[in-house]
Ligand binder design. Structure first.
Ligand code: MLT
Length: 255
């Protein structure tokens, strides 16, 4: 698969933390969190392959491929190690990164994410979505269907929709295929020795809190935070709490 240079935003100075968005979003979901975090550390926010301002390529975007894109970004920025925090699909990518590039990660944050692979029904749904966007030559129908499931905060819907509209057709197809094929990360979770913070939204209908609880039980050094007023987009629904949780993770790492 063709190598690409990811688009990214870089704010603040100090310990680097890379915030990785979910599907089919962009770095812009982290804006509110970054405003707070960047007062205490360096916040790097890439757009994943085919999303936001990053280039798209044809083919499947395996979680390994997306993790390699992040590694390439770290190399470009000359970062030996960083804290990685991923939202949902971004979390699947960060988990793959933690397995494949152990020496390059000093801590892990997972927001509304999980280690379990797709159920057979979920996989079938993703393949149907791929067919739908190919037939319609556009992503609007699937993102319109996703919107109410991402957050029940109607005041955020326009902003989330605008962010999703920046995803490319190739990026949506490649990511759906990659998520459908991803492996079961639960098998190797105990190998993750760095401190982990898990953040789950109590009202998340895409990744229920029980998935985060299952994950927490398998991690050697893990803190689980459940945010009562959040769905699947806690970084926009409760940004101060997300910033505080990630700062607490940085403190645990630097202890
Ligand atoms: C995401 O928010 O990244 C996706 O909804 C995750 C998924 O569909 O598994």
């Amino acid at each position: 698969m063709k190598t690409i240079d990811l688009f990214y935003e870089d704010q603040g100075t100090g310990t680097p933390i890379i915030l990785v968005h979910g599907f089919p979003l962009s770095h812009r979901i982290w804006g509110r969190v970054a405003r707070v975090l960047s007062q205490s550390c360096r916040v790097i926010m890439p757009d994943l392959r085919g999303m936001g301002n990053s280039p798209a390529t044809d083919g499947d975007y395996s979680m390994r491929l997306l993790a390699e894109d992040l590694l390439r970004l770290m190399d470009r920025l000359e970062l030996d190690r960083a804290v990685l925090a991923g939202h949902s699909m971004g979390g699947y990518v960060c988990l793959e990164f933690a397995r494949s590039f152990k020496t390059r990660i000093s801590g892990l944050g997972l927001v509304a994410s999980q280690a379990a692979p797709d159920s057979p029904e979920k996989r079938i749904g993703r393949l149907a979505s791929i067919e739908e966007v190919k037939k319609k030559k556009g992503i609007e129908s699937i993102i319109t269907g996703m919107l109410p499931r991402l957050s029940n905060r109607a005041d955020l819907h326009k902003e989330i929709m605008n962010i999703m509209l920046s995803a490319s057709l190739q990026g949506v197809i490649g990511s759906l295929q990659g998520m459908a094929e991803r492996s079961d990360a639960r098998e190797w979770l105990p190998e993750i020795q760095v401190p982990v913070t898990l953040i789950a939204g109590a009202n998340d209908v895409i990744v229920p809190v029980s998935n985060a609880e299952d994950l927490a039980a398998l991690l050697p050094d893990c803190e689980l935070i459940v945010l009562e007023k959040s769905g699947h987009m806690p970084m926009m629904e409760q940004p101060s709490e997300i910033a505080a949780a990630l700062l607490a993770l940085l403190h645990r790492i630097n202890q």
